[in-house]
Design a protein around this ligand. Structure first.
Ligand SMILES: [Zn+2]
Ligand SMILES: [Zn+2]
Length: 791
């Protein structure tokens, strides 16, 4: 006696496309003898299954429990339907409907493909574009959903019979692997010297690409100190031998990047261990499918040239994530510098022509290929904080410094269902954020919105996201700074499309991004130690204690305002800022350290500026205070990138108990913004007075103490301030959770010490774990604030 058949329609939402989900369903159907069909739709995977009720139950159980490793199921809808009498189980053509699907980010070459790549008997031996359903390009090649070959940049390549049969076979590892290809039918790479004519250089040569020896030739150039522009997954890299100081120096000069560290690619974890002292969580981060750059401690015996990361105790390291990288690293035999293919400040180059035009003055040769990059991605950068995780976890959670390839556009989960909004992000380290339902689609790193190329990258990326995720923002959110180009974009678009518009304070956005990162919308004490952001009073904030939730905030404390000469331009000259701070706090005639190297006329001009308040920005920035103390103690006077001085000091500092004195003043009322009804009252405003600190720093400089000694005490001082002021706010408000956000908390020593100080006062620190503490995380906070404020 058999049971009568029943049937279900099942809709699976989440990351279910491009991860081998349909062949998985096909296999399950065969195992449990159920009939019907499955297809990709624009809103996920849809299937109809029919069979004995007991078989359907087992099918549904396995669907949830055994899903492919790269998939992530967010929601399963099941609906009983009448049985249709299907005779087989089919994989049907994809279907477009209203809705959206979560797309998988790009995934590093899997172990199985890597073995085939180096197997002389395999038909893809040394083929630089080998991939399968478990690995390969995704988001960088998708033009639209559903994720199917015709809507990717693989469309121009017609599969050969061998590839086609793999692609059509539900039991094959390459079943519906959209970028499936081989040397016969797929994309090809070629090497062009910079001296070639443009047409020759940009045209793919005929012949078998794998046997042409171009990877070997490229490896030879790299070994002999040449610089190669290399087309990767999300854009071009500039590569050179990381153990050759002259090659690295030449790359710095030609790229116009003089001090900022370069990332290094190493062939395997074994090689990484020869150059760095890695911890278990760092190794886990290195081998994630996203294959990010991870900051690790450099070992003293490493042969990587010092010029790669001057004065830095860390190395930014990543493993090869495309077959082309594997081949090249294998043939070169040593670590390679891999830095974004751009001139400083420009976005990463994406097309062959663009790279040829922009990088010819830098690279000696180009390793091109003819698979187009649809969306450009820089490499992601992560670090593992050296503090124990929360809730007594033994393993600290990794934190991103740059969230990009391999992570974006994988959405973050919101602790509320959001309206459809676009948050346009800040000026520096821009990302934007689109929200819908419980998802926040935080973009990849866009860059510093200071030139036309980056603005275009921003606008193109916004359009791509809105198209792919079928989003139409109902309101726009931007930073309060009136001059940011992201603010202008928001204003112009809002007026064009008659959309509501909201300006959000920079540090409030930092605070809320850290709250969302920790899955909470309940009020917190938000310590934000940052560069600068536009404040409610028009001054440049940046050392802030807020009482905040997503609806509003009270500014409960800050570092005192000090004069930043020449406004934002002054950021490049910490020595001048140091003079201005001292002149303001200690008056004329204080003993100026010789290290500042200021001439009399320059000092007179600066003193006059400060006395008259002309061409001065008043700032409570913690980042600037770091710069100033570094300059006073004999460190960096002319910064070629943001926070250069602070990083220099961090690298020489250590965990010390000693600290500098500072004052705490009560000065009137807190400043409020937004809906503050849910926030505990706070009648007092604390201001941290810095004259005692700077006076003590000057004394230590006079006594000849080193930058490392002074830096160690200074780090502890900032951490103590963060702890003590938070405790006072906690006593008045009853709040106990403290978010730590802002660019300064990328400083690992400061982060560790601050966590220690907060715990001394029985306060619970909340750290970033999915979005950066720096401005790269701001758009997430903006979006959440927008949702509550515009309700
Ligand atoms: Zn693979
Ligand atoms: Zn083929």
């Amino acid at each position: 006696m058999t049971e009568p058949d029943s049937a279900l329609r099942i809709h699976v939402k989440g990351v279910v496309q491009g991860v081998g989900f349909r062949p998985f369903v096909y296999g399950l159907a065969a195992r449990h003898r159920v009939k019907g069909w499955v297809l990709n739709s624009t809103s996920g995977v849809v299937m109809e299954v029919e069979g004995a009720p007991s078989a359907l139950n087992l099918f549904c159980r396995d669907l949830a429990e055994l899903s492919p490793p790269l998939s992530r199921i967010e929601e399963v809808e099941r609906q009983p339907i009448p049985a249709n009498g299907h005779l087989r189980f089919d994989i049907r053509e994809s279907e477009a409907e209203a809705g959206y699907v979560l797309i998988s980010p790009d995934i590093a070459t899997c172990e199985t493909c890597r073995k085939e790549l180096f197997d002389p008997g395999d038909r893809r031996y040394r083929y630089p574009f080998i991939n399968c359903t478990n690995c390969g390009p995704r988001f960088t090649i998708i033009e639209d959903v559903p994720y199917d070959r015709p809507l990717t940049t693989m469309a121009p390549f017609t599969m050969c019979p061998d590839c086609r049969s793999e692609y059509d076979d539900p039991l094959n590892r390459r079943f519906h692997a959209q970028p499936n290809a081989c040397p016969v039918c797929g994309p090809r790479a070629w090497l062009a010297p910079s001296s070639a004519g443009e047409e020759d250089a940009l045209t793919a040569p005929e012949g078998d690409p794998a046997s042409s020896g171009m990877i070997e030739a490229c490896a030879h150039m790299l070994r002999s100190g040449k610089i190669i522009a290399l087309k990767g997954l999300g854009g071009f890299h500039l590569a050179c031998d990381a153990t050759n100081p002259q090659a690295v120096e030449r790359l710095r000069e030609r790229k116009g990047r003089f001090a900022k560290p370069f990332a290094v690619m190493m062939a395997s974890l074994d090689v990484v261990r020869q150059h760095g002292e890695t911890t278990a969580p760092e190794e886990e981060a290195l081998i994630r499918p996203s294959c990010p750059i991870v900051l690790i401690s450099r070992s003293p015996g490493s042969t990587v040239a010092r010029e790669v990361a001057p004065g830095n105790r860390y190395l930014g390291v990543m493993l090869p994530y495309t077959p082309l990288h594997h081949l090249l690293l294998n043939d070169v035999g040593g670590p390679l510098v891999m830095t974004s293919g751009n001139l400083s400040e420009e976005p990463i180059a994406g097309t062959n022509k663009e790279a040829w035009d922009r990088l010819r003055g830098i690279a000696d040769g180009f390793l091109f290929h003819n698979r187009e990059i649809y969306a450009r991605y820089d490499d992601g950068v992560w670090f593992i904080p050296s503090v124990p995780g929360e809730y007594g976890e033994a393993v600290p959670a990794p934190q991103p410094i740059r969230r990009s390839r391999g992570d974006a556009p994988f959405p973050l989960k919101l602790p509320f269902a959001s309206r459809e909004l676009l948050a346009c992000g800040p000026e520096l380290k821009n990302t934007f954020c689109l929200t819908r339902d419980r998802y926040a689609f935080l973009s990849q790193h866009i860059g510093d919105m200071e030139n036309i190329e980056t603005i275009e990258h921003f606008e193109t990326s916004v359009r791509t996201y809105e198209q792919l995720f079928r989003l139409r923002p109902a309101a726009l959110v931007h930073d309060m700074h009136p001059d940011y180009l992201s603010t202008r974009y928001a204003e112009q678009r809002a007026s064009r499309e008659t959309l509501p518009l909201l300006g959000v304070q920079h540090h409030h956005a930092h605070a809320v991004s850290c709250m969302i990162d920790n899955g909470t919308t309940e009020p917190v004490i938000a310590v934000t130690m940052d560069g600068t952001g536009y404040g409610l009073d028009g001054r440049m904030w940046g050392g802030e204690w807020l009482i905040a939730d997503a609806g509003g905030f009270r500014r409960a404390a800050s570092l005192e305002y000090l004069p930043l000469p020449g406004g934002d331009a002054g950021i490049r000259h910490p020595g001048r800022t140091a003079f201005a701070y001292l002149h303001w706090l200690l008056g004329p005639g204080f003993p100026l350290p010789a290290a500042l190297q200021l001439e009399e006329p320059e000092k007179r001009v600066l003193a006059r500026q400060v006395d008259r308040g002309v061409n001065i920005s008043w700032t409570s920035s913690c980042g600037r205070l770091f710069d100033v103390v570094t300059a006073l103690a004999g460190g960096c006077l002319h910064a070629s990138y943001e926070a250069q001085g602070a990083i220099e000091m961090e690298m020489l500092s250590r965990d010390a108990a000693e600290s500098y004195p500072y004052g705490l003043r009560l000065t009137g009322q807190s400043l409020n913004w937004g809906e503050t009804g849910c926030l505990p009252a706070c009648s007092r405003f604390h201001e941290v007075a810095l004259a005692p600190l700077l006076r003590s720093v000057l004394r230590d400089v006079r006594e000849g103490r080193s930058l490392g000694d002074i830096g160690s005490k200074f780090h502890r001082s900032i951490a103590r301030m963060a702890g003590e002021v938070s405790r006072r706010i906690a006593e008045e408000t009853g709040l106990t959770r403290v978010t730590l956000s802002g660019g300064c908390f990328q400083n690992r020593l400061l982060l560790k010490l601050t966590v220690e100080e907060l715990r001394k006062h029985h306060l619970r620190p909340l750290l970033h774990r999915q979005v950066p503490a720096n401005d790269g995380g701001i758009s997430l906070g903006q979006a959440a604030i927008g949702h509550f404020a515009l309700k």
